[in-house]
Design a protein around this ligand. Structure first.
Ligand code: ADP
Ligand code: ADP
Length: 220
């Protein structure tokens, strides 16, 4: 099943409470916007969902399992967390081929994700020469490699121009339209307008609202 379930998740870094008893579900077939000001705890939550950070309390499950227990994680959850995490000397296509190979995925999938991410003209170039927007696209391509039912993107429109932002909105819509669960974070509500169906809003690590966009507009 294509869901992310976050239950009572908490994380402190020394004196800082980054995430504070957070509970929400990312359902299939819709784009869930994860909104909150910088420092609200969005990235920490996403890192815990991916098992990159250990919660002090609570659980995060992907399709009913902890991320670390998945045998084929790339086929379960695709994530863009840090667009700068590619070696600068690597060419985009080689990076994706290496990733496919390391995860036992068919290499033909590489050309498909290059196309999906809008990287066709840049696939032979080294990642070190990429703009932030191009690195975001490379991260999106990597996230799509395993054709996963669950996707999670942390601030994916950072560094994209207005055309890129419109493209991203369309991509998110089509991924959700295929029945996938999509979680996308932003510190700007306006970036998610027209993109998200549902909003999970947080502040200081706590849930502020968990509401459908239609419901929110009715209430306004
Ligand atoms: P957001 O993604 O919403 O901007 P973060 O999850 O990055 O928020 O940060 C939440 C809080 O936790 C912030 O106060 C941030 O400074 C702190 N924080 C995040 N990661 C670390 C870390 N590795 N060490 C110490 N503090 C951290
Ligand atoms: P897990 O143990 O992580 O739950 P499974 O081994 O049950 O994962 O596989 C889950 C799904 O991942 C499969 O049904 C398939 O769709 C996809 N998958 C797994 N391995 C591959 C692969 N090598 N290439 C493409 N898809 C794969």
């Amino acid at each position: 099943d294509a869901t992310i379930e976050v239950r009572g998740l908490s994380k402190r870094y020394g004196p800082t409470t980054a995430v504070d008893g957070l509970t929400f579900t990312v359902a299939p077939g819709r784009v869930t916007g994860f909104v909150g000001p910088n420092g609200a705890g969005k990235s920490t939550t996403m890192r815990m969902i991916m098992g990159l950070d250990r919660p002090d309390a609570g659980t995060a499950l992907v399709g009913g399992r902890s991320y670390r227990s998945l045998r084929t994680p790339l086929c379960r959850l695709g994530a863009l967390l840090d667009a700068s995490a590619v070696h600068p000397a690597r060419r985009a296509r080689d990076h994706l081929r290496w990733l496919a190979h390391a995860n036992g995925l068919p290499v033909r999938r590489v050309d498909e994700v290059i196309e999906l991410a809008g990287l066709t003209g840049a696939a032979g170039r080294r990642a070190g020469g990429f703009s932030l927007g191009m690195r975001q696209r490379l991260g999106i391509a990597a996230a799509l490699l395993g054709d996963p039912p669950v996707l999670m993107f942390d601030e994916p429109v950072n560094g994209l121009d207005p055309d890129g932002i419109a493209w991203m909105r369309g991509l998110l819509r089509s991924l959700a339209g295929e029945g996938r669960a999509v979680l996308v974070s932003s510190h700007l509500m306006s970036e998610l307008e027209g993109g998200a169906d549902h909003l999970v809003m947080i502040g200081r690590g706590r849930l502020i609202a968990d509401i459908g966009v239609g419901e929110l507009l009715d209430a306004a």
